[in-house]
Design a protein around this ligand. Structure first.
Ligand SMILES: C[S@@+](CC[C@H](N)C(=O)[O-])C[C@H]1O[C@@H](n2cnc3c(N)ncnc32)[C@H](O)[C@@H]1O
Length: 332
């Protein structure tokens, strides 16, 4: 059975890592920078919903050869839609998403689907999302097996701060950082990284700092929704990270620093940040954070000056800006 795992640009390597960590057996069929086509069994397919680094999970229902003449194509589509009719009818709405497929073919698929499934086809989100992809001279029709909502819409999100991080990027940073015992996010906002980290790695303690009382207090609704087992691991401090006195030492720093400051290209900001990191980290610390591509050189210079080295990086997009997710360690 074929499944498509769709993620953010550049993150398919991390999805592979998460599959491995979660012991989901699969074999990669085809890989793009934001999609993985993998072979799974009907038993393991539902487990794919647990992946934190994907936006959508879809399983293949059938495929048809689109190079035939339109009449044969229609007949074949009708036959296939009939086979899945009962299954689809359990849902009230069916939404089609099309990828790399001509308008003419879209019309052919929609007409046959409407005729056979007698379903209401809507452009907006539906209970079931069918997607048609165009691959190797075939049209592949997939069914979304998420919670019928994109997986990046996390159930715990009750509040978003102005600059809240995309949860899939937050999960990607947590994967890059790996498991730690004492973890900190000094710019925690509405707790996206702390929640994703605790879901993935179960640390002993996760410390959250933010200068905004509003973000931290309204974001508590997210912590509450994420569950008691997460809430009880999280410590919250409201204040300026650069002035606050932090007594503990941390083996993981996973964070999303203020974007305005990062975009202004200031080595000064990174310099203050890295000196503070030195004060609060253990010798074997791992740091994971996003860096805008245009500030990357300034970032690297400052990071090296403060005794950190780059050990991994992945290019993606954050809020429309080319961004690198970086992993740093201390130079010994
Ligand atoms: C990019 S946002 C982080 C958003 C967060 N990851 C989320 O998903 O909600 C940066 C955060 O840094 C906080 N911040 C800015 N300057 C700070 C400082 N000096 N000390 C601590 N927090 C600060 C802002 O209030 C903001 O919430």
């Amino acid at each position: 059975m074929l499944a498509v795992l769709e993620t953010m640009p550049g993150l398919s390597r991390l999805v592979q890592e998460e599959l491995k960590n979660r012991n989901i057996s699969h074999s990669i069929v085809y890989r793009e920078d934001h999609c993985l086509y993998i072979d799974v069994t009907p038993d393991t397919a539902p487990l794919l919903r647990k992946l934190q680094t994907v936006n959508y999970v879809e399983v293949q229902l059938f495929e048809v050869d689109y190079t035939r003449d339109v009449k044969t194509l229609r007949q074949e589509l009708r036959k296939k839609f009939r086979e899945i009719r009962d299954f689809i009818r359990e849902g009230s709405l069916v939404t089609f998403r099309f990828y790399e497929i001509s308008r003419r073919l879209q019309r052919v698929i929609l007409r046959e689907a409407e005729r056979v499934l007698k379903c209401k086809l809507v452009k907006a989100r539906g209970d079931y999302v069918l997607s048609a992809r165009f691959l190797f001279r075939r049209i592949r029709i997939f069914l979304d097996i998420g919670t019928f909502q994109p997986l990046y819409r996390r159930w715990y999100t009750r509040y978003k701060s102005r600059a809240s991080l995309h949860p899939v990027l937050a999960a990607a940073l947590c994967l890059l950082a790996g498991p730690g015992d004492f973890v900190i996010d000094p710019f925690a906002g509405s707790y996206t990284i702390p929640i994703e980290y605790c879901r993935m790695w179960n640390p002993r303690k996760f410390t959250c700092i933010d200068i905004s009382y509003e973000f931290l207090s309204k974001g508590k609704a997210n912590l509450g929704a994420a569950g008691e087992h997460i809430q009880e691991r999280v410590d919250v401090l409201c204040g300026d990270f650069f002035r606050i006195s932090v007594r503990d030492r941390y083996d993981r720093i996973v964070t999303d620093p203020p974007r305005g400051l990062r975009l202004e290209l200031t080595e000064d900001f990174y310099s203050r940040m890295f000196s503070k990191f030195r004060e609060i980290c253990t010798d074997d610390v791992v740091i994971a954070m996003p860096v805008f591509k245009r500030t990357y050189n300034a970032f690297l210079r400052t990071c090296e000056k403060h005794g950190f080295k780059l050990v991994d990086s992945i290019e993606t997009v954050q809020g429309g800006y080319r961004t690198l997710l970086v992993k740093l360690k201390l130079v010994h």
